[in-house]
Write a protein that binds this ligand. Structure first.
Ligand code: GDP
Length: 197
């Protein structure tokens, strides 16, 4: 799929104020600094569509980007950010939870995991919750360029093995590098297929 047009539409803390046109939405989520904004910018060929972590005062909101006037990329707040304190974390969790549970046009959720990391409890718990609520999701291993091919394979295989202990059927898995533009076609084709259903 070719992205001809990508536009920022609106930021919200409340899913009820999100666009009402019923277009399919693909949400992206992960721990802060996982590379979510970089991935959204890479997918859309824009340098600054989504604000990266280095942007001063980056706020934690639900951001809607309209793609080709047909579907939305939804940038969800990063979770598990220690500096935010307990109250801040709870608030973000609420924003994320209500969006995911109530937004019927959310077609798929892309959960981003830094390829270099060991399985983290917070991500595992989040996935268990998604499973419990029957939310369709995929895993995206980000920053694949930061590891050698063999280290990437070993690390992500370990991750997948750990997941297999808890999941009978694994979700679809993507490997991406926003530096190198890797994984772009795979993700866009996946979205294209779902849009056609
Ligand atoms: P966010 O907080 O999840 O939106 O993460 P950002 O997109 O702001 O990325 C966090 C940091 O990781 C930034 O310094 C990015 O330049 C870096 N980064 C993100 N994606 C990649 C990638 O694919 N490869 C490399 N080498 N660095 C990346």
């Amino acid at each position: 799929m070719l992205i001809k047009d990508a536009q920022f539409v609106i930021s919200n803390t409340d899913y009820r104020k999100c666009p009402q046109d019923g277009k399919p939405e693909y949400a992206f989520i992960g721990r802060s600094n996982v590379g979510k904004s970089s991935l959204i910018n890479m997918l859309t060929n824009r340098k600054k569509l989504a604000l990266t972590s280095s942007t001063p005062g980056k706020t934690q909101l639900i951001n809607h980007f309209l793609i080709n006037d047909e579907w939305y990329i939804v940038d969800l707040p990063g979770y598990g950010y220690a500096q935010r304190g307990k109250e801040g974390r709870n608030l973000i969790a609420k924003i994320i939870e209500t969006y995911i549970l109530n937004r019927t046009q959310m077609t798929n959720l892309f959960l981003l995991i830094d390829s270099r990391h060991e399985p983290q409890l917070i991500d595992m718990e989040f996935m268990a919750w998604l499973g419990e609520k029957a939310i369709p999701f995929c895993i995206v291993f980000t920053k694949s360029d930061k590891l050698s091919r063999s280290a990437l394979k070993i690390n992500t295989n370990n991750y997948i093995e750990k997941l297999s202990e808890e999941w009978e059927e694994l979700p679809s898995i993507f490997f991406t590098s926003s530096e190198k533009g890797e994984g772009k076609e795979d993700i866009l084709n996946y979205i294209d297929q779902l849009n056609k259903l």
